[in-house]
Design a protein around this ligand. Sequence first.
Ligand code: SF4
Ligand code: SF4
Length: 385
Amino acid sequence: MKNPFHIMLIPTLGCPARCTYCWSSEPGSPVMSIETVHEIVEWLKKFRTDRVTFTFHGGEPLLAGADFYRQALPMITAGLQHLKPEFALQSNLWLMTPELADILAEYHVPIGSSIDGPEELNDLQRGKGYFKRTMQGYEIARTHGVHVRFICTFTAQSVKQREDIFNFFLKNGFVMKLHPALPSLRSNQPGHWALDPQEYGELLVYLLDKYLDHMGEIEIMNINDLFRCVFTRRGSVCTFVDCMGNTFAIGPDGGIYPCYRFVGMSGYILGNVADHPTLQDLQQSDAWKRMDRYRQYVDQTCGECSHIRYCRGGCPYNAIVAYGGEDKGVDPNCTAYKRIFGEISDRLNREMSEAPLMEMPPFGAASKKNKKHGIMSLVGMIASR
Ligand code: SF4
Ligand code: SF4
Protein backbone atom coordinates (compact mmCIF):
# COMPACT_ATOMS: atom_id res chain seq x y z
CA MET A 1 0.00 0.00 0.00
CA LYS A 2 1.13 3.54 -0.76
CA ASN A 3 1.60 5.89 2.19
CA PRO A 4 -1.25 8.43 2.18
CA PHE A 5 1.08 11.11 3.63
CA HIS A 6 3.19 12.38 0.75
CA ILE A 7 5.75 15.19 0.73
CA MET A 8 7.06 16.32 -2.64
CA LEU A 9 10.42 18.06 -2.46
CA ILE A 10 11.17 20.37 -5.36
CA PRO A 11 14.90 21.15 -5.12
CA THR A 12 14.59 23.38 -8.21
CA LEU A 13 12.19 24.22 -11.02
CA GLY A 14 15.14 24.38 -13.45
CA CYS A 15 15.57 21.65 -16.07
CA PRO A 16 18.22 21.08 -18.77
CA ALA A 17 15.64 19.65 -21.23
CA ARG A 18 13.11 21.72 -23.15
CA CYS A 19 10.19 19.37 -23.83
CA THR A 20 7.71 21.01 -26.15
CA TYR A 21 4.64 20.47 -23.97
CA CYS A 22 6.26 20.97 -20.55
CA TRP A 23 4.41 23.27 -18.15
CA SER A 24 6.44 22.78 -14.99
CA SER A 25 10.03 23.93 -15.53
CA GLU A 26 11.38 27.42 -14.99
CA PRO A 27 14.78 28.49 -16.33
CA GLY A 28 17.03 30.15 -13.71
CA SER A 29 15.12 28.73 -10.76
CA PRO A 30 17.16 28.65 -7.49
CA VAL A 31 18.24 25.35 -5.90
CA MET A 32 17.07 24.30 -2.44
CA SER A 33 19.73 24.65 0.26
CA ILE A 34 20.54 21.95 2.77
CA GLU A 35 19.43 24.39 5.50
CA THR A 36 15.94 24.27 3.98
CA VAL A 37 16.02 20.46 4.15
CA HIS A 38 16.96 20.81 7.82
CA GLU A 39 13.93 23.09 8.35
CA ILE A 40 11.71 20.56 6.57
CA VAL A 41 12.87 17.85 8.98
CA GLU A 42 12.32 20.10 12.01
CA TRP A 43 8.86 21.07 10.74
CA LEU A 44 7.77 17.49 10.11
CA LYS A 45 8.96 16.18 13.49
CA LYS A 46 5.69 17.29 15.04
CA PHE A 47 3.45 17.79 12.02
CA ARG A 48 2.05 14.25 11.63
CA THR A 49 2.78 10.82 13.03
CA ASP A 50 2.04 8.47 10.12
CA ARG A 51 4.41 6.95 7.55
CA VAL A 52 5.55 9.34 4.86
CA THR A 53 6.84 9.11 1.30
CA PHE A 54 9.16 11.82 0.00
CA THR A 55 9.29 12.33 -3.76
CA PHE A 56 12.01 14.52 -5.21
CA HIS A 57 10.44 16.25 -8.18
CA GLY A 58 11.09 19.25 -10.34
CA GLY A 59 11.99 20.77 -12.69
CA GLU A 60 14.87 18.35 -12.70
CA PRO A 61 15.79 17.28 -9.14
CA LEU A 62 19.24 15.89 -10.08
CA LEU A 63 20.31 19.50 -10.77
CA ALA A 64 20.70 19.76 -6.98
CA GLY A 65 23.80 17.53 -7.31
CA ALA A 66 25.33 14.59 -5.45
CA ASP A 67 26.30 16.64 -2.36
CA PHE A 68 22.68 17.64 -1.82
CA TYR A 69 21.48 14.01 -1.79
CA ARG A 70 24.46 12.82 0.23
CA GLN A 71 23.35 15.19 2.99
CA ALA A 72 19.57 15.31 2.51
CA LEU A 73 18.81 11.56 2.46
CA PRO A 74 20.51 10.69 5.79
CA MET A 75 19.22 13.92 7.36
CA ILE A 76 15.60 13.00 6.54
CA THR A 77 16.04 9.31 7.38
CA ALA A 78 17.62 9.92 10.78
CA GLY A 79 15.58 13.01 11.74
CA LEU A 80 12.22 11.47 10.88
CA GLN A 81 12.85 7.87 11.90
CA HIS A 82 9.46 7.72 13.61
CA LEU A 83 7.72 8.41 10.25
CA LYS A 84 9.61 5.56 8.51
CA PRO A 85 10.35 7.70 5.45
CA GLU A 86 10.36 6.14 2.00
CA PHE A 87 11.70 7.91 -1.07
CA ALA A 88 11.11 8.28 -4.79
CA LEU A 89 12.51 10.59 -7.44
CA GLN A 90 11.22 11.85 -10.77
CA SER A 91 13.98 12.61 -13.29
CA ASN A 92 14.83 12.62 -16.99
CA LEU A 93 18.16 10.97 -15.93
CA TRP A 94 20.33 13.22 -18.09
CA LEU A 95 22.45 14.20 -15.09
CA MET A 96 22.74 10.72 -13.60
CA THR A 97 26.28 9.82 -12.54
CA PRO A 98 27.67 6.69 -10.87
CA GLU A 99 28.14 8.75 -7.70
CA LEU A 100 24.49 9.86 -7.64
CA ALA A 101 23.27 6.37 -8.51
CA ASP A 102 25.22 4.89 -5.58
CA ILE A 103 23.64 7.34 -3.13
CA LEU A 104 20.14 6.73 -4.49
CA ALA A 105 20.64 2.94 -4.43
CA GLU A 106 21.86 3.09 -0.82
CA TYR A 107 18.58 4.78 0.24
CA HIS A 108 16.38 2.61 -2.01
CA VAL A 109 15.13 5.55 -4.07
CA PRO A 110 13.21 4.27 -7.11
CA ILE A 111 13.12 6.61 -10.09
CA GLY A 112 10.25 7.53 -12.36
CA SER A 113 11.64 8.76 -15.66
CA SER A 114 10.02 9.87 -18.92
CA ILE A 115 10.07 8.28 -22.35
CA ASP A 116 7.23 8.78 -24.80
CA GLY A 117 7.93 5.77 -27.04
CA PRO A 118 10.45 4.90 -29.77
CA GLU A 119 13.37 7.34 -30.23
CA GLU A 120 12.04 9.23 -33.24
CA LEU A 121 8.60 9.80 -31.74
CA ASN A 122 10.04 10.65 -28.32
CA ASP A 123 12.49 13.21 -29.69
CA LEU A 124 9.83 14.86 -31.80
CA GLN A 125 7.97 15.71 -28.60
CA ARG A 126 10.80 16.08 -26.12
CA GLY A 127 13.60 17.48 -28.28
CA LYS A 128 16.39 16.01 -30.38
CA GLY A 129 18.85 13.90 -28.39
CA TYR A 130 16.52 13.46 -25.41
CA PHE A 131 16.10 9.70 -25.89
CA LYS A 132 19.84 8.93 -26.02
CA ARG A 133 20.62 11.06 -22.97
CA THR A 134 17.84 9.46 -20.93
CA MET A 135 18.90 5.96 -21.95
CA GLN A 136 22.52 6.71 -20.99
CA GLY A 137 21.32 7.78 -17.54
CA TYR A 138 19.07 4.75 -17.34
CA GLU A 139 22.02 2.42 -17.95
CA ILE A 140 24.01 4.07 -15.16
CA ALA A 141 21.06 3.87 -12.76
CA ARG A 142 20.25 0.27 -13.67
CA THR A 143 23.80 -1.01 -13.39
CA HIS A 144 24.14 0.62 -9.96
CA GLY A 145 20.98 -1.08 -8.66
CA VAL A 146 18.49 1.81 -8.94
CA HIS A 147 15.00 0.76 -10.01
CA VAL A 148 13.65 2.86 -12.92
CA ARG A 149 10.13 3.05 -14.36
CA PHE A 150 9.12 5.15 -17.34
CA ILE A 151 6.21 7.53 -17.61
CA CYS A 152 4.87 7.93 -21.11
CA THR A 153 3.16 11.20 -21.96
CA PHE A 154 0.53 10.73 -24.63
CA THR A 155 -0.12 13.86 -26.70
CA ALA A 156 -2.71 14.72 -29.34
CA GLN A 157 -0.07 13.69 -31.90
CA SER A 158 1.44 10.56 -30.34
CA VAL A 159 -1.90 8.95 -29.49
CA LYS A 160 -2.22 8.15 -33.19
CA GLN A 161 0.77 5.83 -32.73
CA ARG A 162 -0.53 4.15 -29.59
CA GLU A 163 0.22 0.65 -30.92
CA ASP A 164 3.88 1.48 -31.65
CA ILE A 165 4.19 3.00 -28.20
CA PHE A 166 2.62 0.00 -26.47
CA ASN A 167 4.86 -2.38 -28.43
CA PHE A 168 7.93 -0.31 -27.52
CA PHE A 169 7.19 -0.69 -23.80
CA LEU A 170 6.34 -4.38 -24.23
CA LYS A 171 9.47 -5.19 -26.24
CA ASN A 172 11.81 -3.40 -23.83
CA GLY A 173 10.22 -4.92 -20.73
CA PHE A 174 9.42 -1.46 -19.30
CA VAL A 175 6.65 -0.94 -16.77
CA MET A 176 4.31 1.66 -18.26
CA LYS A 177 2.76 4.61 -16.50
CA LEU A 178 1.01 7.14 -18.68
CA HIS A 179 0.10 10.79 -18.47
CA PRO A 180 -2.14 12.71 -20.81
CA ALA A 181 -0.42 15.92 -22.01
CA LEU A 182 -1.96 18.97 -20.36
CA PRO A 183 -2.41 22.35 -22.03
CA SER A 184 0.91 24.18 -21.50
CA LEU A 185 0.55 27.65 -20.02
CA ARG A 186 4.01 28.52 -21.38
CA SER A 187 3.16 27.81 -25.00
CA ASN A 188 1.60 30.25 -27.46
CA GLN A 189 -0.48 27.26 -28.62
CA PRO A 190 -1.49 25.82 -25.23
CA GLY A 191 -3.82 23.19 -26.69
CA HIS A 192 -1.54 21.95 -29.49
CA TRP A 193 -0.15 18.92 -27.64
CA ALA A 194 -2.90 18.45 -25.06
CA LEU A 195 -4.69 15.11 -25.28
CA ASP A 196 -8.44 15.51 -25.72
CA PRO A 197 -10.29 13.90 -22.74
CA GLN A 198 -12.44 11.78 -25.01
CA GLU A 199 -9.38 10.41 -26.79
CA TYR A 200 -7.75 9.85 -23.42
CA GLY A 201 -10.73 7.72 -22.35
CA GLU A 202 -10.53 5.65 -25.54
CA LEU A 203 -6.79 5.26 -25.06
CA LEU A 204 -7.33 3.86 -21.55
CA VAL A 205 -9.86 1.33 -22.85
CA TYR A 206 -7.44 0.38 -25.66
CA LEU A 207 -4.64 -0.13 -23.13
CA LEU A 208 -6.93 -2.16 -20.87
CA ASP A 209 -7.54 -4.57 -23.78
CA LYS A 210 -3.84 -4.71 -24.70
CA TYR A 211 -3.00 -5.36 -21.05
CA LEU A 212 -5.45 -8.28 -20.87
CA ASP A 213 -4.14 -9.64 -24.21
CA HIS A 214 -0.57 -9.54 -22.85
CA MET A 215 -1.26 -10.50 -19.24
CA GLY A 216 1.96 -11.25 -17.40
CA GLU A 217 4.16 -9.74 -20.13
CA ILE A 218 3.83 -6.05 -19.20
CA GLU A 219 2.61 -3.94 -16.29
CA ILE A 220 0.51 -0.81 -16.89
CA MET A 221 0.32 1.01 -13.59
CA ASN A 222 -2.65 3.24 -14.50
CA ILE A 223 -4.81 0.24 -15.38
CA ASN A 224 -3.91 -1.41 -12.07
CA ASP A 225 -4.83 1.78 -10.21
CA LEU A 226 -8.10 2.30 -12.09
CA PHE A 227 -9.11 -1.31 -11.56
CA ARG A 228 -8.21 -1.11 -7.87
CA CYS A 229 -10.41 2.01 -7.54
CA VAL A 230 -13.48 0.28 -8.94
CA PHE A 231 -12.86 -3.08 -7.24
CA THR A 232 -12.21 -1.68 -3.75
CA ARG A 233 -14.36 1.45 -4.27
CA ARG A 234 -11.51 3.56 -2.89
CA GLY A 235 -9.11 5.84 -4.74
CA SER A 236 -5.53 4.58 -4.65
CA VAL A 237 -3.63 7.43 -6.38
CA CYS A 238 -3.71 11.15 -5.73
CA THR A 239 -5.95 11.93 -8.72
CA PHE A 240 -8.72 9.83 -7.22
CA VAL A 241 -8.65 10.84 -3.55
CA ASP A 242 -8.95 14.15 -1.72
CA CYS A 243 -5.26 14.96 -2.05
CA MET A 244 -5.58 18.14 0.02
CA GLY A 245 -4.13 17.66 3.48
CA ASN A 246 -2.30 14.45 2.62
CA THR A 247 -0.01 15.76 -0.11
CA PHE A 248 2.25 18.80 0.25
CA ALA A 249 5.01 20.12 -1.96
CA ILE A 250 7.97 22.17 -0.75
CA GLY A 251 9.49 24.61 -3.22
CA PRO A 252 13.21 25.56 -3.39
CA ASP A 253 12.69 28.42 -0.88
CA GLY A 254 10.78 26.29 1.65
CA GLY A 255 7.33 27.48 0.50
CA ILE A 256 4.61 24.89 1.17
CA TYR A 257 2.10 24.20 -1.63
CA PRO A 258 -0.76 21.70 -2.09
CA CYS A 259 1.22 19.78 -4.77
CA TYR A 260 4.29 20.11 -7.02
CA ARG A 261 2.04 21.34 -9.80
CA PHE A 262 1.35 24.55 -7.84
CA VAL A 263 4.96 25.36 -6.91
CA GLY A 264 5.78 28.93 -7.97
CA MET A 265 2.09 29.98 -8.12
CA SER A 266 1.84 32.76 -5.52
CA GLY A 267 -1.89 32.26 -4.91
CA TYR A 268 -1.28 28.70 -3.72
CA ILE A 269 1.31 29.16 -0.95
CA LEU A 270 0.05 27.55 2.25
CA GLY A 271 3.01 28.59 4.43
CA ASN A 272 6.78 28.15 4.79
CA VAL A 273 8.68 25.34 6.50
CA ALA A 274 10.87 27.86 8.36
CA ASP A 275 7.79 28.80 10.44
CA HIS A 276 7.11 25.15 11.37
CA PRO A 277 3.36 25.59 10.79
CA THR A 278 0.80 23.18 12.25
CA LEU A 279 -1.96 21.76 10.05
CA GLN A 280 -4.31 24.30 11.67
CA ASP A 281 -1.95 27.13 10.64
CA LEU A 282 -1.96 25.93 7.03
CA GLN A 283 -5.75 25.69 7.11
CA GLN A 284 -5.92 29.44 7.85
CA SER A 285 -4.20 30.35 4.56
CA ASP A 286 -6.16 31.73 1.61
CA ALA A 287 -4.71 28.96 -0.56
CA TRP A 288 -6.14 26.25 1.70
CA LYS A 289 -9.55 27.96 1.75
CA ARG A 290 -9.50 28.20 -2.04
CA MET A 291 -8.72 24.47 -2.36
CA ASP A 292 -11.36 23.64 0.22
CA ARG A 293 -14.00 25.55 -1.75
CA TYR A 294 -13.06 23.39 -4.73
CA ARG A 295 -13.57 20.23 -2.63
CA GLN A 296 -17.08 21.40 -1.69
CA TYR A 297 -17.73 22.23 -5.34
CA VAL A 298 -16.82 18.62 -6.26
CA ASP A 299 -19.26 17.29 -3.64
CA GLN A 300 -22.06 19.26 -5.31
CA THR A 301 -21.09 18.83 -8.95
CA CYS A 302 -20.15 15.15 -8.88
CA GLY A 303 -22.76 14.26 -6.22
CA GLU A 304 -24.89 12.17 -8.58
CA CYS A 305 -21.96 10.40 -10.30
CA SER A 306 -21.68 6.68 -9.54
CA HIS A 307 -17.87 6.98 -9.48
CA ILE A 308 -17.54 9.82 -6.97
CA ARG A 309 -16.33 7.59 -4.12
CA TYR A 310 -13.16 6.63 -5.94
CA CYS A 311 -12.78 9.55 -8.32
CA ARG A 312 -13.43 12.61 -6.13
CA GLY A 313 -13.56 14.95 -9.12
CA GLY A 314 -10.09 14.02 -10.43
CA CYS A 315 -7.12 16.37 -10.10
CA PRO A 316 -7.86 19.84 -8.64
CA TYR A 317 -4.89 21.35 -10.49
CA ASN A 318 -6.33 20.27 -13.85
CA ALA A 319 -9.64 21.92 -12.95
CA ILE A 320 -8.03 25.10 -11.63
CA VAL A 321 -5.92 25.54 -14.77
CA ALA A 322 -8.86 24.80 -17.07
CA TYR A 323 -11.18 27.31 -15.37
CA GLY A 324 -8.71 30.00 -14.32
CA GLY A 325 -9.03 29.23 -10.61
CA GLU A 326 -12.82 29.65 -10.57
CA ASP A 327 -15.11 26.85 -9.44
CA LYS A 328 -16.80 26.41 -12.80
CA GLY A 329 -15.91 22.81 -13.62
CA VAL A 330 -14.12 19.71 -12.33
CA ASP A 331 -11.07 18.07 -13.91
CA PRO A 332 -11.72 18.18 -17.70
CA ASN A 333 -10.56 14.56 -17.86
CA CYS A 334 -13.88 13.66 -16.21
CA THR A 335 -14.96 12.40 -19.66
CA ALA A 336 -12.01 9.98 -19.70
CA TYR A 337 -12.56 8.85 -16.10
CA LYS A 338 -16.25 8.14 -16.74
CA ARG A 339 -15.36 6.15 -19.86
CA ILE A 340 -12.77 3.89 -18.23
CA PHE A 341 -14.49 3.54 -14.83
CA GLY A 342 -17.73 2.69 -16.67
CA GLU A 343 -15.96 0.12 -18.85
CA ILE A 344 -14.27 -1.57 -15.88
CA SER A 345 -17.51 -1.58 -13.83
CA ASP A 346 -19.53 -3.07 -16.71
CA ARG A 347 -16.99 -5.81 -17.37
CA LEU A 348 -16.69 -6.60 -13.66
CA ASN A 349 -20.46 -6.85 -13.23
CA ARG A 350 -20.80 -8.97 -16.35
CA GLU A 351 -18.05 -11.39 -15.41
CA MET A 352 -19.21 -11.68 -11.82
CA SER A 353 -22.78 -12.41 -12.83
CA GLU A 354 -21.81 -14.84 -15.60
CA ALA A 355 -19.17 -16.91 -13.83
CA PRO A 356 -19.81 -18.85 -10.64
CA LEU A 357 -17.24 -17.83 -8.02
CA MET A 358 -15.58 -21.24 -8.26
CA GLU A 359 -14.56 -20.48 -11.84
CA MET A 360 -12.83 -17.19 -11.07
CA PRO A 361 -9.10 -17.31 -11.81
CA PRO A 362 -7.18 -17.92 -8.57
CA PHE A 363 -5.09 -15.14 -7.03
CA GLY A 364 -1.67 -15.12 -8.63
CA ALA A 365 -2.80 -17.30 -11.54
CA ALA A 366 -0.05 -17.70 -14.09
CA SER A 367 -0.44 -16.09 -17.50
CA LYS A 368 -1.26 -18.43 -20.36
CA LYS A 369 -0.35 -17.38 -23.87
CA ASN A 370 -3.25 -17.24 -26.35
CA LYS A 371 -5.78 -17.26 -23.53
CA LYS A 372 -8.20 -14.33 -23.57
CA HIS A 373 -8.20 -12.91 -20.09
CA GLY A 374 -11.21 -11.27 -18.51
CA ILE A 375 -10.98 -8.29 -16.22
CA MET A 376 -11.11 -10.47 -13.09
CA SER A 377 -7.65 -11.74 -14.06
CA LEU A 378 -6.38 -8.38 -12.84
CA VAL A 379 -7.25 -9.36 -9.26
CA GLY A 380 -4.74 -12.17 -9.34
CA MET A 381 -2.18 -10.14 -11.25
CA ILE A 382 -2.32 -7.20 -8.81
CA ALA A 383 -2.34 -9.47 -5.76
CA SER A 384 0.77 -11.28 -7.04
CA ARG A 385 2.78 -7.99 -7.30
S1 SF4 B 1 -3.28 18.40 -7.41
FE1 SF4 B 1 -3.51 16.70 -8.88
S2 SF4 B 1 -1.41 15.91 -9.22
FE2 SF4 B 1 -1.39 17.19 -7.38
S3 SF4 B 1 -1.64 15.77 -5.64
FE3 SF4 B 1 -3.68 16.57 -6.20
S4 SF4 B 1 -4.50 15.09 -7.67
FE4 SF4 B 1 -2.29 14.72 -7.53
S1 SF4 C 1 -16.10 10.77 -13.22
FE1 SF4 C 1 -16.44 12.97 -13.50
S2 SF4 C 1 -18.45 13.40 -12.53
FE2 SF4 C 1 -17.69 11.41 -11.78
S3 SF4 C 1 -16.61 11.90 -9.86
FE3 SF4 C 1 -15.08 11.84 -11.54
S4 SF4 C 1 -14.89 13.95 -12.21
FE4 SF4 C 1 -16.81 13.80 -11.03
